[in-house]
Design a protein around this ligand. Structure first.
Ligand code: B3K
Ligand code: ZN
Length: 879
């Protein structure tokens, strides 16, 4: 496979002004007629017309009315080139494709008998020949024709101009998108669907038509998506002055979808997982996911669509920014300060759980990558979540108002353009009169910076001298790193736990100072410090770095009890827990008997007890504080991972907490019941989270009473959050009741695909489910590899989130992984490639596991027929 480099970018030779597309939709044989008006790009450095095309059949090609023959163009390696053409060209292209054979879910495909498209990143070329690159922006008009009875709903981007009947029971719809857009934002839907709709008054007084389209029978699950859409529109108007620029905005749900959702202009296509919800079938987490993803896709209308990416290396320009926007939206929707902190903690967890490992592994890449083989492999936590952290740092440096000024300038300069990450950075710098040259390294250097600190209080001088050190490990292709520009938010706590007033360089800095670290080592002096402080460093997780060392156990206990910054307060608890988990892991791994003599110090238990029962703290925050770092986060701290030892250690802590905090957990279980009708609001969800954490810990050391509690909750709960939590507790407790409950649950929800996914996932995740049980589940009639959600719910869940079973010493998990990656690759390379990444960190496992993992990787790499997607991943893993 061929590597594509950012440095090789050249402007398109021709620009496209208008695109007229005609579709005669037929599952087996769809005819696509395209009429393009092109004009030579004055900035071009190459001459010929270059059109991409993949898996489609060229029927006819006309240039300015003249039919072209085989001598007039070349068609090789998915590229159609017309070497010489006049400056102004009308191209008419007729092609054929077979949507019902398209299992990749990229391009035009059939799901449950309905037509959908997915064009980002390079799916449009699977529909028609086109310069399929984001810097070619054109106006689209789309004519859809299909059988009326089978496909009563015909949708595309923009506004509906006309619809009507044709002969032979067919009908048509004509759509026009008034805005220029790149081809990756094209979409069509031809389907049997129903919709919830309403008109919504925009800030400027216009009325917009909002629609949520779903399969018949799901209209009882669209309210929350609709409400989230309205909140998103309002928020973008109020927060950024950005309005909906179309007369209508549509969301369409499909059960076969590679990702979460897609921001096609005016016609967002969603995975059902991020649309469908009601209390009976969806959990609090599902409701949160819907709100966030609906917002994310809506916000793309400005950050992504109106201003798009010059090339795919700039992907984070739209993704990092849009994730940051949806994160801020989620926080604003909750509204309270702790609510905001709880969402921030979730973000930190995601970074630690997924992004830091990526940045330390074979797929490490800068937020703006320098090269790729398959762009679909770069829709990563680095581009998305680390990208969002980079955007957040501008706001940390310039404040909310300064950030807004930068956004305004960005849109003033670049509306309807395809631009680079550097353009965003320049807008931020110029709007705030700041030089941000060094900040560019956040875009160009991969790897997670390591931050250390040393503090020294000078009693005589009444100063506190804080020295910050930064370094960044080597990553593939980047042996040396230069210092980053890191905003480090710092507070100082006095002996009573109160914030000190900060004076740095003679300036009053409130109680949290954002220090700007730009050197490898830098010293900051706080004056007027009358007592020995405890420093709270990196408040609100002010930069995506690993903060190492610097704290004693006593410091951490002080911060865990008192820090006014809730994120760092939580963080102190995580550090206390991590130290213990690492020590216990070492002990558990030493020998078989060691596991029996593990024990946890009373100091730690007491610290957790205090938080657990502190009624002044939100339940949601307490739940965050009581949740231990995951097994994979523990593994990430180890040079050589023994997954069984990690599992034994963490299970021991859970069970020990369940035993030693039994009374308090029971009391919280009772106190956080949410009587009355279910509501997904953050306060109620927080209560359920704490209650269900209590239930899980009680059942980590299950006695009859705890099991009975879980059973009662399973039987009586009226909402999926509580039912699923109870079922998971029963499954994890390894009690006979689990099998019955699983059967009851399946029986009740077998017609709800998203709940069946949960049923598979819950079992796949459980340390009680071994590979044989997974294989048995794969023979269940409801299982299929063809549906991405279903494949992920069982196969990926097991490989990624059930470490102790996946890493079975006999290597059977790895052989299973190889077999499934190969099977999936033949159907859907994007889904296969995600699964392939389960092996990213193979070099960190104990030698006996490592060689078996390498063998599995080599088995996949040795396949003759393999997609570029999977080949890139396994190739990098083995390199
Ligand atoms: N932009 C889409 C991602 C498309 C991925 C294609 N492999 C979803 C999103 O980030 O909103
Ligand atoms: Zn996005």
């Amino acid at each position: 496979p061929q590597t594509i480099f950012r440095k090789d970018y050249t402007p398109p030779s021709y620009l496209v002004d208008t695109v007229e597309l005609g579709f005669d939709l037929d599952p087996a044989r769809t005819i696509v007629a395209s009429r393009l008006t092109l004009r030579r790009n004055p900035a071009a450095t190459t001459r010929g017309i270059e059109l991409h095309g993949e898996d489609i059949e060229l029927v006819a090609l006309r240039l300015n009315g003249k039919l072209l023959g085989k001598r007039d163009y070349t068609l090789a390696n998915n590229l159609l080139t017309i070497r010489s053409a006049p400056d102004d060209v009308v191209l008419e292209i007729e092609t054929l494709c077979a949507p019902d054979k398209n299992t990749t879910l990229s391009g035009l495909y059939v799901s449950n008998g309905n037509f959908f498209t997915q064009c980002e990143a390079e799916g449009f070329r699977r529909i028609t020949f086109f310069p399929d690159r984001p810097d070619v922006m054109a106006k689209f008009t789309v004519m859809l024709r299909a059988d009326k009875a089978r496909y009563p709903v015909l949708l595309s981007n923009g506004n509906l101009l006309e619809e009507g009947d044709l002969d032979d029971g067919r009908h048509y719809a004509l759509w026009e998108d008034p805005f220029k857009k790149p081809s990756y934002l094209f979409a069509l839907v031809a389907a049997q669907l129903v919709c919830q709709e309403e008109t919504f008054r925009l800030a400027d007084g216009r009325d917009a038509l909002l629609q949520v389209w779903v399969e018949d029978g799901n209209l009882d699950k669209t309210d929350y998506a609709m409400q989230s859409l309205k909140h998103s529109i309002r928020w973008d108007e109020e927060k950024y002055g950005l309005e909906l620029d179309l007369d209508r905005f549509m969301i369409v749900a499909t059960s076969d979808f590679n990702m979460g959702a897609m921001e096609n202009k005016g016609l967002n296509i969603f995975n059902t997982k991020f649309v469908l919800a009601n209390p009976r079938v969806a959990t609090d987490i599902d409701f949160q996911g819907i709100e966030a993803v609906v917002a994310h896709e809506y916000f793309h209308n400005w950050t992504g669509n109106r201003v798009t990416c010059r090339d795919w290396f700039q992907l984070s320009l739209k993704e990092g920014l849009t994730v940051f926007r949806d994160q801020e939206f989620t926080a604003d929707m909750i509204g309270t300060a702790t609510g905001r902190a709880v969402t921030r903690i979730d973000q930190v967890r995601t970074l630690r759980q997924a992004q830091f490992p990526e940045d330390a592994g074979p797929m490490a890449h800068p937020v703006r990558p320098d090269s790729f083989v398959e762009i679909n492999n770069f829709y990563t936590v680095t581009v998305y979540e680390k990208g969002a952290e980079v955007v957040r740092m501008y706001q940390t440096l310039f404040g909310v108002d300064g950030f807004r000024k930068g956004m305004d300038l960005y849109f003033a300069r670049h509306d309807e353009q395809a631009v680079e990450c550097d353009d965003f950075r320049r807008a931020m710098a110029d709007a705030n009169n700041r030089e941000l040259g060094q900040f560019e390294r956040w875009y160009s250097q991969a790897g997670t910076p390591v931050l250390r600190f040393e503090g020294r209080w000078d009693e005589a001088a009444q100063t506190y001298t804080l020295t910050l050190f930064q370094s960044c490990p080597a990553t593939p292709g980047q042996p040396e790193k230069l210092p980053f520009h890191i905003p480090v938010a710092v507070g100082l706590l006095d002996a009573a736990g109160a914030d000190m007033a900060l004076v740095v360089d003679g300036q009053q800095r409130g109680t949290t100072a954002v220090l700007e670290l730009t050197e490898a080592e830098q010293t900051f002096v706080f004056t007027g410090v009358t007592g020995q402080p405890v420093a709270s460093v990196l408040r609100d997780f002010s930069a995506p770095v690993i903060l190492q060392g610097g704290y004693t156990d006593a410091d951490l206990l002080h911060l865990f009890s008192h820090d006014s910054d809730p994120v760092n307060r939580w963080e102190a608890g995580q550090r206390l827990a991590m130290e213990r988990l690492l020590k216990l892991t070492g002990e558990a791994g030493a020998n078989d008997d060691a596991a029996a003599s593990l024990n946890l110090d009373e100091t730690f238990i007491e610290a957790l007890r205090k938080i657990l029962v502190d009624e002044t703290l939100d339940p949601a925050f307490r739940e965050q504080c009581l949740t231990l770092p995951s097994e994979s986060m523990v593994a990430e701290q180890l040079e050589c991972v023994d997954p069984l030892a990690v599992h034994i250690a963490r299970q021991f802590v859970r069970a020990d907490l369940g035993t030693r905090l039994r009374n308090e957990l029971l009391a919280q279980y009772e106190a956080n019941a949410t009587p009355g009708p279910y509501s997904p609001d953050a306060a109620s969800a927080g209560k359920r989270a704490l209650k269900n954490l209590a239930l899980a810990y009680l059942n980590a050391a299950p006695d009859a009473a705890s099991v009975a509690l879980a059973q009662r909750q399973f039987d009586e709960a009226d909402n999926m959050t509580d039912r699923a939590a109870a079922l998971s507790a029963l499954v994890a407790a390894r009690v006979p009741q689990a099998a019955d409950a699983l059967a009851v649950f399946y029986d009740e929800f077998q017609n709800e695909a998203l709940v069946v996914d949960k049923w598979f996932a819950m079992q796949a995740l459980s340390p009680t489910t071994d590979l044989a049980a997974v294989r048995a589940l794969m023979t269940h009639p409801a299982f299929t590899l063809r549906n991405p959600n279903r494949a992920r719910s069982l196969v990926a869940m097991f490989c990624v989130n059930n470490p102790v079973q996946f890493h079975a010493p006999d290597g059977s998990g790895y052989a299973f992984w190889a077999e499934q990656v190969i099977a999936l690759d033949a159907l859907n390379p994007q889904v296969a490639s995600r699964l392939a990444r389960a092996m990213d960190r193979w070099r960190r496992y104990a030698p006996a596991l490592q060689w078996q993992m390498r063998e599995a990787l080599q088995k996949v790499a040795g396949q003759v027929k393999l997609s570029n997607d999977v080949r890139e991943i396994v190739g990098k893993a083995l390199a």
